[in-house]
Design a protein around this ligand. Sequence first.
Ligand code: FE2
Length: 326
Amino acid sequence: MEGASSVGIEEQRLFGDLPFPLVLSPNQQGPKRPEDLRPWVERNKGQIQEALLKHGAVLFRGFPVPSPEHFAEFALGLGRECFPYLGGNAVRRNIVGDVVFTANEAPPSEKIPWHHEMAQLPSYPTTLLFYCDLPPKSGGETPLVLSYRVLERVAAAHPGFVARLKQEGVKYIRVAPEEDDPTSALGRSWKSTFKAGTREEAEERMRADGFTWEWLPNGDLKTVSAPLQAVKPHPLTGRDQFFNQLIAAYTGWQDKRNDSKRAVVFAESGELLPEDAMAFCAQVSDEEAAACKWQQGDVILVDNLQAMHSRRTFEPPRRILASLLK
Ligand code: FE2
């Protein structure tokens, strides 16, 4: 790629001959001033996409990205349409127009479990960008893992479980409050989840996405998703992925409104997921992960169809921003 070279960092993993994530830094010909950034991304977007498909994630380190506005330029330079955060669970705030918003603002002491962004919904972003505006004093990494590696190991250890996932798919069950609850990682109100002012508007949106629902006496909304695939091939590589929200739902959808062990069920039988297999999914994801320490100005590009992400606990302040692409 013109103006950038692959560099090695300690936290990187090597799978076959492919580093994960790929780490790129500007070289002599690379962009030096913030105003050079967007033209550089635009000139190289084809190669950036290729690298992303090949490696699953790319960390851009040492590029001139001094502010969230420049991060927005980086994202826009890829020339892809932005994906609105509609239907997601996390409380987020817009920072630069509809392009950049805060990453999940769950409390620092809470870790965010493994997930593909919005995989519990019928439509989801294919590409994610994360930006480090302010690195935490300690912790706060955004670990990444290649989903096919998780699937291979889970299928070897729990073949019956994976066969059932493939055959039945799953349904996700969640209770959302009427108003945003920032004390919970899934505290997004049904009003902001569905960008709805009234119950009727929320119902219209849910109907379109295949949900069934129940209004609870206190104004909360319980939703059950349409049956969704939990294992599916990557549309470009054809390789099977553990593409779902199982670990996040099973271990993380826990607050005063939700019981995580009941947050996801097999779609046909309605049965709960086996505890041992689910513990193994989380364990192998940790084992196969790369967790890069954030540095100010870092941008990580993630193929949301190939890689899961999570978040470690941290010592504040920390400001990681996100952008989602269709
Ligand atoms: Fe996420």
